[in-house]
Design a protein around this ligand. Structure first.
Ligand code: M6R
Length: 613
């Protein structure tokens, strides 16, 4: 989820690149760098920190080239540092590369290159790319102008994962080569100049004419023209598109708000969180943690501690870990845990979930467990965040920067990652039959496409939200994991629509809350577990009888029942259903907020990171 920019033309590249990076900083801001080419020499400046700091540094350097590439980073492999910042170069400094995405097989490629005599200066997945290009360039015995392009293509053939790449070379100093797979990249056409970017807004002030690149296409970009190629390097033609966006809309990729953009990013953020961790018929790989079978078997308790949405993701994690690993799991709110003198010892594993990694209560709760001898594991979306620096082990969701205050893509990435961790623990312990684990894995792989399916059919939900937007109370019901999602759906609605809402375990209804049900009140129910279906339907019937307006989100057959709206979602294992059932709830809250003309991204009284108690 980084941002990349490139320029080739008559002007000095540096100010154009810095300008583009500043516009992309919302995508990643832990480090930044630029490389320019002049007199067949590559100069590079990169640094941990913001683009403004890079600018100060670049001012002091001789970066006068009119060809350049640049990058602002959101760390995925390797902490934010100068060495891990992009651009990365090969050992001979002939090729300079910026990369957006994740190379899943980078450790195998590192081994391959190390055997060929290459060495590595960073902990990133990206550094294999310039070295592979160098390797293939010098394997190629022909000597024509397409040699650079062939080397880039051969290197990309070796890469698994997602990438948008820009490459410059001192051996072919008249061009930039770019390509992409599962990561955006556009080329902006000017007069005797070309611009490149991962996002249109970064270069929209320079041109409105764009070539939109497809996966596995390669482009040689020159000052006065560009040559396009397909995956086999066969020459292809591409049409220019005029993009007439205003700059603010463009920053959100054309979405009205960051929250909507982030909701729609979920297929990708789930896919990137799965990455190469999960493998069919092979053991799950979690490089970042090292917990032995003996250690896991010795545990008498696992705590999952977090706040808000992250805590609700933890509830889904509890169900997974208890059922797959047979270890008791207690989920707690960080601000409660830290003051309630919890029972902790060496046989306790404490897992902390935090999108930002900076939530004050979660950090304090982590320090407490650590001081009492527990092993601590942090799950965060931000590499190098405070929580990951405190914890014994850290493991990352790859959701990319989440800007909207209401958390969406971080939640689905957290639940996905918790399911992978539960499978990893179960495989290490041998606590669960392989058939179930394989079924779960194959269901996890299907999640990104299933989320896409939900996102492609939203009209009825929008219409229902419109009907509800003037109400003062909404109830959410569910059992088991559906209750965990009901809590998250209710929080989303409160946060961005300012409508009072409560989530109840459906079985609790008769113990009090049903007194609040009166004609016309909206009740949202989630029904995804076939084993609990009949019981949950009875609970919904109880509110229907009392005149409630009902929205039911389900992947089950519901014949012979009449509810005001039934929203169907794809079938998956009940352990994983929160990843799918939460999507309509996020959008339900979003549409109501929009209908009420509220500020969706910055709801009143809230902050993205709660860094104080
Ligand atoms: O950054 P964290 O995951 O630690 O944040 C925890 C909560 O503050 C956060 O999830 C909050 O509840 C969100 N605004 C929910 O949308």
């Amino acid at each position: 989820m980084c941002g990349i920019v490139g320029y080739i033309g008559d002007k000095k590249a540096k100010p154009i690149l810095i300008n583009g990076l500043l516009k992309l900083e919302y995508r990643g801001y832990d480090s930044a760098g630029i490389s320019t080419l002049e007199n067949s020499e590559i100069s590079c400046v990169k640094n941990k920190g913001r683009v403004s700091e890079l600018n100060d540094l670049a001012e002091k350097q001789n970066l006068d080239g009119s060809i350049g590439i640049a990058h602002t980073r959101w760390a995925t492999h390797g902490k934010p540092s100068s060495e891990n910042s992009h651009p990365h170069m090969d050992n001979n400094k002939a090729f300079s590369v910026v990369h957006n995405g994740i190379i899943e097989n980078y450790s195998e490629l590192r081994d391959f290159l190390t055997k060929k005599g290459y060495h590595f200066l960073s902990q990133t997945d990206t550094e294999v790319i310039p070295n592979l290009i160098h390797y293939y360039y010098f394997q190629d015995t022909s000597d024509d102008s397409a040699k650079f392009l062939r080397a880039v293509k051969r290197a990309c053939d070796d890469l698994n994962g997602s990438y948008a790449i820009e490459v410059i070379s001192s051996l072919s100093p008249d061009r930039i080569i770019v390509t992409r797979k599962d990561s955006p990249l556009v080329i902006g056409k000017g007069k005797n100049e070309n611009y490149i970017s991962s996002d249109i807004p970064a270069i929209l002030s320079f041109t409105k004419d764009f070539y939109l690149l497809n996966d596995n296409e390669y482009v040689e970009i020159f000052k006065t023209g560009e040559k396009f190629y397909d995956r086999n390097l066969k020459s292809i033609k591409k049409d220019l598109k005029n993009i007439d966006w205003d700059a603010t809309a463009a920053e959100k990729d054309g979405f009205e708000d960051y929250m909507l953009k982030e909701i729609f990013e979920q297929p990708r953020s789930i896919r990137e969180t799965i990455g190469s961790r999960l493998r069919e018929n092979e053991k799950t790989v979690l490089d970042d943690i090292c917990l032995s079978k003996e250690y896991l078997a010795s545990l008498n308790k696992i705590y999952i501690i977090a706040c808000g949405t992250a805590m609700y993701a933890g509830l889904v994690g509890k169900c997974l870990i208890e059922n797959l690993c047979n270890i008791p799991v207690e989920v707690d709110i960080a601000s409660e845990f830290r003051y309630r003198n919890p029972i902790i010892d060496k046989k306790t594993l404490a897992i902390y979930i935090s999108q930002s990694g900076e939530t004050a209560d979660t950090i304090a709760a982590l320090k407490l467990a650590k001081s009492r001898g527990a092993t601590t594991l942090a799950i965060s979306n931000v590499i190098g965040s405070s929580i990951t620096r405190e914890a014994d082990y850290s493991i990352y969701t790859h959701a990319g920067p989440e800007i909207a205050v209401a958390s969406t893509k971080a939640y689905t990435a957290q639940v996905t990652l918790l399911s992978i961790i539960a499978i990893y623990f179960a495989e290490t312990l041998g606590s669960c039959n392989k058939g179930l684990l394989n079924e779960l894995k194959s269901d996890i792989f299907k999640l990104p496409e299933q989320v896409e399916e939900i996102l492609s059919n939203l009209n009825d939900l929008k219409a229902f939200a419109k009907e509800v937007h003037r109400e003062h109370d909404v109830f959410f019901l569910g059992r088991g994991n559906d209750y965990a999602v009901a809590l998250e759906g209710s929080l989303k609605l409160k946060e961005i629509s300012y409508i009072h809402s409560e989530a109840y375990a459906a079985g609790e209804l008769k113990h009090g809350p049903i007194a609040l049900i009166e004609p016309g009140i909206t009740v949202v129910s989630i029904l995804t577990n076939p084993l609990l279906l009949e019981k949950s339907i009875s609970n919904i019937q109880e509110v229907v009888t009392r005149g409630a307006k009902t929205l039911v989100i389900t992947n089950q057959e519901l014949k012979n029942y009449s509810f005001d709206m039934v929203l169907r979602i794809p079938k998956t294992n009940p352990y994983l259903s929160p990843v799918l059932s939460v999507i309509p709830l996020q959008l339900f809250a979003y549409y109501i907020s929009k209908e009420k003309k509220l500020d969706v991204d910055k709801p009143r009284n809230l902050a993205k990171s709660v860094t104080v108690e």
